[in-house]
Design a protein around this ligand. Structure first.
Ligand SMILES: Cc1ncc(COP(=O)(O)O)c(C=O)c1O
Length: 394
């Protein structure tokens, strides 16, 4: 394996996949903590174990507060957003229930729901987004039926960057006693979230995107009063003589040894986010994003997909160049310009069906907290040159 690859030469515009690079200080602090007390937390009574357990509990507390939750024990750690969404979706729905979701969703929502529909007789409705990429909360409410149990919505799109009116959807669900599950994979860490104020019952997040933790981290916050059935069972380190998995949170949804190094990363990343401030990070990213969008939208042959509005928006942009396969554009960006972008369907096929880009997908640039003006300027220049080659060859 060649680890001498110089990542410093790369212009990284794939932050919707994972934020890169992570703040050095966060990585260093996490590594130091793990080097000093990276033992199995909560499994034994010796001091070292207690310190590790405290780190895990403190991180629950900090993250629960960060998300507007009031009960740290209801902040459950998982491997990523996909894992968290599977826990929530499979733990809330059963045969005969009706679920509603949207066409904005990622496969981490679509696939678990489709499996429940095909394999366990769950009824499922997809609500399309309107022009502008927003889902109408009333359209969701119009689909409510007596057996509607759960609504699952994306908070921020990883394809077109739109932010959904989650609080409005939440209010409609709350009036009917329907559980609202929110996929905050793209928003947690950059858009303020308050589960209480936004009427969110289960919030699923990933740790490695805007929360700036390592990959392999994520979780869910389950509001008090909402019960997610456990769908996996095992060791919890407490009440070991009891023959079944525990009902109480967080054990209810956690089984086996957790990711202590990753959780340490999330803890120190919270300190970084608090110091830099979500407002500053979002303003920084959106300033670069506006510059990127403005640069791209004037290039002949380039089509931007979704909305160009900067309101209710993440710094994520999908585009195509006429006459060019998005995959080829991605290769050219990589090979000729050292620019990292993502191409294809971005694990969200239904959005492309609606956009008309379902065959080959799009090229996606996504701005992160470590990007600079020079990065987006280089991306605009590169796309200009690639598009001009097509025009010249036409
Ligand atoms: C909107 C959305 N949901 C869910 C996920 C899944 O996140 P993870 O890969 O961390 O499980 C992603 C990842 O790109 C995403 O963009």
């Amino acid at each position: 394996m060649d680890l001498s690859f110089d990542s410093g030469k790369i212009i990284y515009l794939d932050n919707a996949a994972t934020t890169f690079p992570k703040p050095r200080e966060v990585l260093q602090q996490a590594l130091d903590a793990y080097a000093h007390f990276g033992v199995n937390p909560g499994r034994s009574g010796y001091d070292l174990c207690m310190v590790a357990g405290e780190l895990v509990f403190e991180t629950r507390k900090v993250l629960a507060t960060f998300l507007g939750g009031t009960k740290p024990e209801r902040l459950v750690f998982a491997a990523n957003a996909t894992d968290a969404l599977n826990l929530a979706i499979q733990g809330l729905l059963q045969s005969g229930d009706h679920a509603i979701t949207t066409t904005v969703e990622h496969n981490s929502v679509i696939r678990p729901l489709n499996h429940l529909k095909r394999d366990r007789g769950v009824e499922l409705d997809y609500v399309p987004f309107e022009a502008g990429g927003i889902v109408d909360p009333d359209e969701i409410a119009r689909r409510f039926k007596p057996n509607t149990k759960v609504v699952v919505v994306n908070h921020g799109s990883n394809v077109i960057g739109t932010i959904q009116p989650v609080a409005e959807i939440g209010r409609r669900c709350r009036e009917r006693g329907i559980v609202l599950v929110v996929d905050a994979a793209q928003t947690a860490g950059v858009i303020p979230i308050n589960v209480e104020a936004m009427c969110i019952d289960v919030l699923c997040f990933t740790g490695h995107k805007s929360l700036l933790g390592p990959t392999g981290t994520g979780g869910l916050y389950v509001r008090e009063g909402v019960e997610v059935r456990h769908t996996r069972f095992g060791g919890t380190g407490v009440h070991s003589a009891y023959p079944y998995h525990l009902e109480e949170y967080p054990y209810r949804l956690e089984a086996g040894t957790g990711n202590v190094l990753g959780i340490a990363g999330l803890y120190f990343a919270q300190q970084y986010l608090a110091k830099r401030g979500l407002k500053e990070i979002y303003a920084h990213e959106m300033e670069l994003f506006a510059r990127l969008q403005e640069g791209l939208e004037h290039i002949e042959g380039v089509t931007l997909h979704g909305t160009t509005s900067l309101e209710r928006r993440l710094p994520v942009l999908s585009f195509t160049i006429s006459g060019r396969d998005p995959a080829d554009v991605g290769s050219l960006l990589d090979v000729d310009y050292n620019i990292a972008a993502r191409t294809g369907l971005h694990c969200a096929p239904l959005i492309h069906q609606q956009l008309g880009t379902g065959e080959r997908g799009t090229v996606r640039f996504s701005v992160g907290p470590m990007n600079e003006r020079a990065h987006v300027d280089a991306a605009v220049e590169a796309v200009k040159e690639i598009a001009a080659e097509v025009q010249a060859g036409a």
